[in-house]
Structures are given as structure tokens and as C-alpha cells.
Design a protein around this ligand. Structure first.
Ligand SMILES: Cc1cc2nc3c(=O)[nH]c(=O)nc-3n(C[C@H](O)[C@H](O)[C@H](O)COP(=O)(O)OP(=O)(O)OC[C@H]3O[C@@H](n4cnc5c(N)ncnc54)[C@H](O)[C@@H]3O)c2cc1C
Ligand code: SF4
Length: 508
């Protein structure tokens, strides 16, 4: 049998698919690279570095146990790692699954060529949909919208379908999924995965090597092996999937997870495959004794078959422009409290504190608090994108960039969304209990103590009103603003100026 060489990237930790799935123990040499340049590039959350490195080392150990020869390197960067490997195995061809991050393929292929070897790239099989499937669907479409992509993908797989009709008669149960739990609602506990010796060693290394990086290192409990990832999946299916839908958009002070899955962490490392996640969820939902309502299972499948796949194709087809876009010409530097959490704005303080502690916040916290504030305050989207890339344990370029630049900041002017996700404090008050213990008054728009989100929201509408009049989803609210009394408008805009000036002085 001919020896085989496989490069396994940090977000491809699987032997179930790709070149490694046909590797033979004894005949396959595996290269894994822990890049220092990656860790140095941004102030990555210490827990994120620990998660990635620990998961890689566990995966390397499991391959060795199965008889694979693993060369695990800690070079300056990926090109140097490839060059070191090719000095051990001169002139060989290394198989690789297509990297998800833009530019990575070229970087690796060039490095191998320079070092006298070759990299052969196979399709990335860690997705539910293929490039061809998306490209065929997207051809001749004027606009790319998740809803239609998701419907097409669901229909082609027959998931939650009655013949050619969606189960229950509706494609979308979003309207049922905007409930807020009553005070005192008890959420199911979330499993903790205690660090073993390998993880503890990584935690010490990370703390010693990057002490100034963002976030707390204590109480690390993320899953780092396939077995743990499967346990996390099982726990979600059993205890949180039944209620996933109704409270999907809610935010509760002191509750990090609610009924969310936390599965992005394992999915983005390759420890779980999105197909097995969806199939297992669908199977559970088929059994009526599990009491998983249609709004919950549909909501969950929409996130994975829909959003997760959709944004990665948007990224693939929109780069490199998407990463640099700034259509709203937002120039303000990222406020310091995104790093320190030091602000009396309760919603932002609590979300940053949560991210600093755990490396995670759920979708509505990311979109409607952390993203929304930056959007309406006119923060430079590239700076915000880097912040999201650094601070979340599940952050990878392919998923952060479309979500931040496109969905959250509208910096691409709507290449795949129909309106900016801008909102006043009213939305945050409706969907959370943050405002009741905030020093600011969410009901007031222009008083000295008014919620900063309120005046900033209207000044955002005002700043871009010409643009919004041609956007059918923003035209109505822009019309409301235009008709408001001039005196009231100028009071609101004055308060927005005051808020922005305090923001610039680090006093908000
Ligand atoms: C500004 C912003 C930044 C984001 N950054 C990231 C990120 O760094 N990494 C990341 O994986 N997701 C990111 N998302 C998408 C989404 O917020 C997270 O996937 C989700 O919060 C992860 O938590 P969960 O696993 O508990 O999700 P759940 O609510 O349980 O959802 C289930 C799964 O659906 C997928 N999903 C849901 N929404 C999206 C989406 N918009 N894009 C891609 N996948 C989605 C995820 O894989 C997630 O695990 C971001 C969204 C926004 C608005
Ligand atoms: S009042 Fe405003 S700043 Fe305070 S928590 Fe509510 S939305 Fe956030």
C-alpha cells in the first residue's frame, strides 16, 4: 500500500469524512499544526486558544491510539509547519480538505510548492450542502435570501416536509419563537466538561504564553473530544431542544444559555457533523413522547441547514470584498468597554462580562446588543469584526465575517439581508430583563438619563435617511421620523450627540 500524507486543519478534527476517512493506520502520516501566528494575531480569548489547542491534541492522541503516525508541530505559522513536514517527508503529496477560511488554500499550496512538495485539495465534506448546490440555486437570482435557500435545501432533503409542502403548512415559525420566559423560569442545567490532564496543561501554557489576551481562563468546561461533543449533543436533544423555539430570541440576566444548544463550538471544530446533528434532532422530534414542537425543531433545523450553510456560501462567494466593506462609512473606534465591560449600560455590561467569562453569548445578545450598539453608534465594522473574531470560542473567519459585516453591520449594504438589524432600547426591554436594573431610563429618548440606544437609533435613521427611503423595509420607520416635530427631533439628535461625545471620552 502506498503511504498517504494528510494535513488536518484545526477546524477539521474528524476521521469520518475527507482524506483521513480513507487513511490506513500504519500507512498514513498525519500533519497537525498549532500555529503561534494564529494565537498572536488578535487578542484571542484565552479559553478559545485552550479549546482549539486542547481539541487538536486530543484528536492527535486518538489518531495515534488508532495506529496513525502523527507529526504535531508548533511552528511560527502554517507555511513553516508544512516546510518542516516536507523536510521529514521530502517531495511528498499531502492531502487536505478544502480550508474554510478565504486565502488559506493558496497559502498552504504555495508553501508546499516552495518546500518541494505538493498539496492536493479535496472538497470539504464537513458541510451539509455543496458549493454546486448553492451556486445552482443562486444563479440568476437578483438577491440572496436565506428564506428561499433554506426552503430549497429542506425540500431537496425532504426534512419536515409533507410531500412538497412544509410540515404544518408553514415554512417558518419565527413568529412563535419570540416569547419571553416569566421571572423565576427554571432553565435546565448545562453539562460541564471538566479539564483532564491534557487540557490542564494547555490552560497553563496559554496562561503563561498569552497572559494579556482577552477573557478568563478559570472554569474551562467546553467539550474538547468527540465523545464529549456527542454528550453535549445528547444533553441538548434531551433537555433543551423541546423548548428551543419559544425562547430563542429571549435574553435573561444571569442566564447564559437558556435553551440554546452551544453546539457551534463542536460543529466549528469538526467534532460534530451538521448532518448527524440535524438527523438526530429530526429523529427525536418524530417521537411524540419527546414533546418537541414543530416551532422548536423547525427553528433548530433552520439555524443549521439554513443559516449556518447560507452564511458560509455568502462568505465563500463574497470574499475578499465582504471583509473590507464599509458601505455605511462608519468610522468610530470600537469603544473600550467591548474589552473591559466597563459601562453602566446593563445590557452591554452583562453581555461583555458573559463573553469574557465563558467566550460565548447567544445569537440575540450578539446581534441585538453587541452588534446593534456598534451599528447605531457608527463603529468601524472592520474593528468590530476583529473583536468578534477574537473574543468568542466558536469564532472562525468564515462565520464571523458574514454575520458581523453583513447581517449585523450592513456594511455590504444588504448583499444577503433586506435591512439593518438596528433597534432602540424598546426591543431590548421587550426581549430581556436587563433594563429593569439599568441606570438608564429605557422609556426616555432624549432626557439626560435616557437609554443611549434610543437616541442613537433615531440618529442612525436620520444619518442614513436618504438611503432608507429606497429600502422597502426601512421606508416606514424613516417616514415616521421625517414626520416628527422638528423640536422633538432636534432634542433627540442633541441627546445622541451627547451620548457619542461621552462615548468618545470613555464616559458612557
Ligand atoms: C454578530 C454575530 C457574530 C456571530 N459570530 C459567530 C461565531 O463566531 N461563530 C458561530 O458559529 N456563529 C456565530 N454567529 C451565529 C450565531 O449567533 C451562533 O452560531 C450561535 O449563537 C451559537 O450558539 P449556539 O450553538 O448555542 O446556537 P443555537 O442557537 O443553538 O443554534 C444552533 C446552531 O445553528 C447555527 N447557527 C445559528 N445561527 C447562525 C448564523 N447566523 N450563522 C451561522 N450559524 C448559525 C450554529 O451552528 C448553532 O450552533 C454570530 C452571529 C452574529 C449576529
Ligand atoms: S436601558 Fe438601554 S442601556 Fe440600559 S439595559 Fe436597557 S437597552 Fe441597555
Amino acid at each position: 500500500m502506498k503511504p498517504k500524507h494528510v494535513l488536518v486543519l484545526p477546524d477539521q478534527l474528524t476521521d469520518q469524512v475527507g482524506p483521513l476517512s480513507s487513511g490506513e493506520p500504519g500507512f498514513t502520516s498525519v500533519l497537525m499544526i498549532e500555529s503561534r501566528a494564529f494565537a498572536d494575531a488578535l487578542s484571542h480569548h484565552k479559553k478559545k486558544l485552550a479549546l482549539v489547542f486542547s481539541a487538536m491534541r486530543h484528536f492527535a492522541a486518538s489518531l495515534r491510539e488508532n495506529g496513525f503516525d502523527v507529526i504535531y508541530l508548533q511552528p511560527v505559522d502554517f507555511p513553516q509547519g508544512i516546510s518542516e513536514y516536507l523536510s521529514i517527508h521530502p517531495g511528498v503529496t499531502i492531502d487536505l480538505m478544502e480550508p474554510s477560511d478565504w486565502g488559506m488554500r493558496g497559502q498552504l499550496v504555495d508553501a508546499a510548492e516552495r518546500a518541494g512538495g505538493e498539496i492536493r485539495v479535496a472538497p470539504n465534506e464537513l458541510w451539509l450542502t455543496t458549493n454546486e448546490e448553492f451556486d445552482d440555486w443562486a444563479t440568476d437570482r437578483k438577491t440572496l435570501r436565506l428564506e428561499y435557500f433554506y426552503r430549497a435545501m429542506r425540500a431537496s432533503r425532504g426534512w419536515l416536509m409533507d410531500g412538497d409542502k412544509p410540515s404544518g403548512g408553514k415554512w417558518n415559525y419565527d413568529a412563535d419563537n419570540r416569547q419571553v420566559p416569566n421571572a423565576g423560569h427554571r432553565f435546565p442545567p448545562v453539562p460541564r466538561f471538566e479539564p483532564d490532564e491534557t487540557t490542564q496543561a494547555v490552560l497553563r501554557e496559554v496562561n503563561d504564553s498569552w497572559p494579556g489576551h482577552f477573557g478568563d481562563i478559570d472554569d474551562f468546561d467546553w467539550p474538547v473530544t468527540r465523545t464529549q461533543a456527542l454528550d453535549a449533543l445528547e444533553n441538548f436533544l434531551e433537555y433543551r431542544l423541546p423548548m428551543f423555539g419559544p425562547y430563542e430570541d429571549a435574553m435573561v440576566d444571569g442566564e447564559d444559555v437558556l435553551y440554546h444548544s452551544l453546539l457551534s463550538v463542536s460543529l466549528n471544530l469538526g467534532l460534530l457533523h451538521p448532518l448527524e446533528v440535524c438527523e438526530q434532532a429530526l429523529k427525536r422530534a418524530e417521537d411524540p413522547t419527546n414533546e418537541i414542537g414543530l416551532a422548536s425543531i423547525e427553528g433548530f433545523v433552520r439555524q443549521i441547514l439554513g443559516w449556518r450553510e447560507f452564511v458560509r456560501h455568502v462568505y465563500r462567494t463574497g470574499m475578499p470584498g465582504l471583509r473590507q466593506s464599509n458601505g455605511l462609512e462608519a468610522q468610530r473606534p470600537l469603544p473600550g468597554f467591548y474589552w473591559s465591560g466597563d459601562t453602566p449600560m446593563r445590557c452591554l455590561n452583562k453581555c461583555v462580562e458573559q463573553v469574557s467569562r465563558s467566550g460565548h453569548a447567544h445569537h440575540i445578545q450578539r446581534l441585538m446588543v453587541l452588534g446593534n450598539f456598534a451599528l447605531i453608534a457608527g463603529v468601524d465594522p472592520v474593528e468590530l469584526n476583529d473583536w468578534f473574531l477574537a473574543t468568542f470560542v466558536d469564532a472562525l473567519e468564515w462565520v464571523v465575517t458574514p454575520n458581523v459585516m453583513g447581517m449585523s453591520q450592513f456594511s455590504d449594504l444588504g448583499s444577503f439581508t433586506s435591512k439593518p438589524y438596528a433597534a432602540s432600547g424598546k426591543y431590548i426591554d421587550r426581549m430581556s430583563d436587563y433594563c429593569s436594573s439599568c441606570v438608564y431610563d429605557v422609556k426616555s429618548v432624549s432626557s439626560e438619563n435616557s437609554c443611549p440606544f434610543n437616541s442613537l437609533y433615531w440618529s442612525f435613521i436620520d444619518r442614513h435617511q436618504e438611503r432608507w427611503t429606497t429600502n422597502h423595509r426601512m421606508a416606514m420607520i424613516t417616514g415616521v421620523w421625517a414626520k416628527r416635530d422638528m423640536k422633538v427631533k432636534s432634542q433627540i439628535l442633541e441627546r445622541a450627540d451627547d451620548v457619542l461625545s461621552r462615548l468618545s471620552q470613555g464616559m458612557l
